[in-house]
Ligand binder design. Structure first.
Ligand SMILES: *Cc1c(COP(=O)(O)O)cnc(C)c1O
Length: 229
């Protein structure tokens, strides 16, 4: 598995697809989804030029931080975050992508305020209304946004989604297009503490569809690292 070649391939593909939607590859942030990968492998991905590393599990994140895995790249948290583990992630991750409830937002806000920092987060949206996935349903977002204004320890920077498993490219694009619309609608509103800078969607199997529909951040694991054991 040649990580450098894989990242180069991805960058070329990102650029080609971005141009088709009126942008360039430089407009898209590449997050390496590095779950189960060793610290050494993560360092190779950073050397190959990924923009950030995304971890799913708090324990694994803490171990790899201790091993110096992420030097030179920002850390994103992309997995389901339990409230009792928030302390281990706030201030360690530059972006928590997977915030899916007001209770979690409030907990992050409290810890960030204690530490006198502002934690950047994305709201995870369950755009496919998939019963097996975490995330806020699109029709619950407006009510949530109203509750975010007083939380001075957080800054919402955008939205993230993980699609249900779909086979058809047209279905995938349809859901990503819906996500983009939600993102644009919120951006128009200009709410306090909420900026829409990042739309994080697309993985190894569907990052092209995601970019075509407006993603500016993709999270890629197996195309960089090979299939997980
Ligand atoms: C593992 C993971 C990815 C990347 O998945 P691949 O299909 O290996 O590219 C993206 N996002 C999240 C939240 C993940 O857990």
């Amino acid at each position: 598995m040649n990580i450098l070649e894989n990242v180069q391939y991805l960058r070329e593909e990102m650029d080609t697809v971005a141009v088709q939607s009126g942008r360039t590859g430089a407009d898209i942030t590449l997050v390496a989804a590095s779950k189960t990968q060793s610290a050494e492998t993560v360092r190779a991905a950073i050397a190959a030029g990924v923009d950030a590393c995304g971890e799913n599990r708090v324990q694994e994140l803490s171990e790899k931080v201790a091993a110096g895995a992420y030097e030179g790249a920002p850390i994103h948290f992309i997995g389901h975050l339990q409230k009792n583990k928030v302390r281990k992630v706030v201030g360690v991750a530059s972006l928590i992508q997977s915030v899916d409830s007001i209770e979690l937002l409030q907990t992050i806000d409290r810890v960030a305020a204690e530490r006198e920092i502002v934690q950047d987060v994305l709201l995870q949206v369950n755009i496919g209304d998939d019963v097996n996935k975490f995330g806020i349903h699109a029709n619950e977002l407006d009510a949530l946004l109203d509750q975010i204004a007083p939380l001075s320890g957080i800054q919402v920077r955008g939205l993230m989604t993980i699609l249900p498993i779909l086979s058809k490219s047209s279905e995938i694009r349809g859901l990503y297009a819906q996500m983009h619309q939600v993102y644009v609608d919120i951006r128009r509103k200009s709410c306090h503490n909420i900026r829409m800078d990042f739309l994080s969607m697309g993985m190894s199997g569907d990052f092209q569809e995601a970019i075509l529909e407006g993603a500016n951040m993709i999270r890629v694991g197996s195309t960089i690292f090979g299939n997980r054991m």
